[in-house]
Design a protein around this ligand. Structure first.
Ligand code: ADP
Ligand code: 5GP
Length: 216
């Protein structure tokens, strides 16, 4: 029997290495795929519509919000981002686990709405390392880096709302830990199914029903 997949949320303060870790994780795991979000932000050089994001207008995004098409959505840096329920369900139905690389407000909505979601929070090894990564990435000005570090302090406070917190110090160690978490969660699902479909329990319940109704 093939299992339905489950959503895997990965969130982290900007610059922690979330994108780097998630790409490596998905490339090494055939049972895991990316959720492609909708966003109102402008697309950057190299990004492809439908692969990196579904780039939509404010108006189209609002239509989707009104139609309750999003499992979660949030405003980040003045732009709106959301995860479509339909796309998620389709991939889960194919038996794939689906990776949602999203920010913390969205992660909290998923926590409330999907009991089957597994939530992983990535931490930088230190604030100094976070600053060094944001600087090395070279995509933000000094002022923007200060602002992101300020936001990061608030985001770190969300870590206790997650199932797992993993430090992204050495990249390969971090990816290995995430792979271990997924392996354990997948086998837990099998265990839950086995418990729910245990033959001894099933027969006992049949006998109980027969006894209660007087049998044939
Ligand atoms: P995020 O998606 O969390 O904003 P990125 O994946 O863009 O972060 O990573 C930020 C920078 O840190 C990038 O330059 C990336 O190459 C680097 N980086 C990611 N993980 C590590 C790591 N474990 N050690 C050192 N540098 C890292
Ligand atoms: P970026 O604009 O750099 O691609 O993403 C900005 C932030 O939005 C990142 O933290 C990213 O993980 C987050 N994000 C991307 N897609 C979604 C989404 O569908 N929902 C939420 N809540 N956040 C998202």
């Amino acid at each position: 029997m093939s299992r339905g997949g489950f959503p895997v949320v990965v969130a982290a303060p900007s610059g922690t290495g979330k994108t780097t870790v998630c790409r490596e994780l998905v490339s090494r795991d055939a049972g895991l795929c990316f959720s492609v979000s909708h966003t109102t932000r402008r697309h950057r050089d190299g990004e492809v519509d439908g692969r990196d994001y579904h780039f939509v207008s404010q108006r189209d995004f609002q239509h989707l919000v009104d139609a309750e098409a999003f499992l979660e959505w949030a405003v980040y840096n003045g732009n709106r981002y959301g995860t479509s329920c339909q796309a998620l369900e389709t991939r889960l139905g194919e038996g794939l686990d689906v990776l949602l690389e999203i920010e913390v407000q969205g992660a909290r909505q998923v926590r409330e709405r999907r009991q089957d979601a597994r939530l992983i929070f990535l931490l930088p090894p230190s604030s100094a390392a976070l600053r060094a990564r944001l600087t090395a990435r070279g995509t933000d000005s000094a002022a923007e880096i200060d602002r992101r570090l300020e936001v990061a302090r608030g985001e770190l406070a969300a870590a206790p709302d997650f199932d797992y917190a993993v430090v992204n110090d050495d990249l390969q160690d971090c990816v290995s830990t995430l792979r271990e978490i997924l392996a354990a969660e997948r086998s837990q699902q099998v265990r839950a199914l086995r418990a729910a479909c245990d033959p001894v329990e099933a027969l006992a319940r049949l006998h109980e029903r027969d006894a209660a109704t007087g049998g044939e």
